[in-house]
Design a binder for this molecule. Structure first.
Ligand SMILES: *[C@@H]1O[C@H](CO)[C@@H](O)[C@H](O)[C@H]1NC(C)=O
Length: 306
């Protein structure tokens, strides 16, 4: 469980940043690592070539004869070896990218050969990070990120072999993230490369299932506790409500000792209105509610006077 959730393994195997490129064929594409070194084979044996000139779009970089170098525009960070026709350039920078033209001359200083070379400087991959993530239903997604590298390309292995269709939920082998099925475990390696570097990151896979079942248990317990708590609150409220209602009932209008004394018969048409006498008019203590009945007074000893 912890292995998948918390672990962030990063291991790195970056190649030395030195590339070798044979530029003896026309239109060769060569790569160099930014800050690194490239060794370009420009010709066979310079000692057998009367005159040669290597230039980029604007500037002559290298000019020489079969016995010596006449001009080296980047002398402080390069070395030309006549005997094997190689030019080693150190401390490569982005500006070194471009198309270079080599001209070879014969004894009579006529061009005997001309060819181009395309040099591309790429930043090497400096770090590889694997980020695991448990998905729903125990699947896990592992993302691989390459630090620093230009145009990184990804591939994956599990315990030293390629991932199979049975293990993958999604994410092809050549993407920077893979989604693996529930019970896939082992040592997962993300390989990153570009034209100037290789690097890899390794992590030990664990199943997300264990984690999920624990999580499910915790969640179920929580839900039960919440339901019990809600039920307790509900019944307490209900009980309190009933009690209040009973108290309210006690304040309702009470007539006590209402007596109507029958009047003596009088001749018709001469019947005086009966007078009502109220004694001890009490009001309940209950505060007035808006819209509530306003006649909850208590009459006691209501007597009809003669
Ligand atoms: C290069 O050419 C020179 C002159 O022909 C010869 O002496 C030398 O051995 C050659 N070097 C290689 C490495 O072939």
């Amino acid at each position: 469980m912890e292995a998948v959730l918390g672990l962030l393994v990063m291991s790195l195997l970056v190649s030395q940043g030195e590339t070798l490129c044979d530029g003896r064929k026309n239109r060769t594409l060569c790569y160099g690592a930014l800050g690194g070194t490239v060794v370009l084979q420009l010709m066979d044996n310079a000692s057998e070539i009367p005159r040669y000139e290597w230039k980029n779009e604007t500037t002559v970089i290298l000019k020489g004869t079969n016995s010596s170098v006449i001009t080296n525009h980047i002398e402080e960070r390069s070395l030309f070896t006549l005997s094997n026709g190689t030019l080693m350039i150190n401390n490569l920078n982005r500006k070194d990218s471009g198309i270079y033209t080599l001209k070879l001359f014969d004894k009579d200083l006529r061009i005997s050969e001309e060819r181009t070379l395309n040099l591309s400087i790429q930043a090497p991959v400096t770090s590889v990070q694997l980020t695991p993530e448990c998905l729903f239903e125990g699947e896990k997604r592992i993302s691989c990120s390459a630090g620093g590298g230009d145009s990184p390309q990804f591939s994956w292995t599990l315990d030293g072999r390629r991932l199979t269709e049975e293990e993958l939920v999604s994410g092809a082998d050549e993407t920077n993230s893979v989604t693996l099925k529930l019970n896939v475990s082992g040592q997962l390696v993300c390989w990153v490369h570009n034209n100037v570097s290789n690097a890899s990151g390794t992590m030990e896979l664990d199943t997300c299932g264990d984690y999920l079942s624990i999580l499910a248990g915790v969640l179920a317990t929580l839900v039960i506790l919440i339901v019990v708590a809600l039920l307790i609150i509900y019944f307490l409220k209900k009980k309190q409500h009933n009690k209040t209602k009973e108290e309210d009932d006690g304040h309702e209008l009470t007539y006590a000792d209402v007596r109507i004394v029958q009047q003596q018969r009088r001749p018709v048409g001469h019947r005086p209105e009966p007078e009502v006498e109220y004694g001890q008019v009490k009001f309940s203590e209950r505060p007035r509610q808006p819209g509530a009945r306003t006649d909850d007074c208590v009459y006691s000893e209501v007597r009809k006077a003669r």
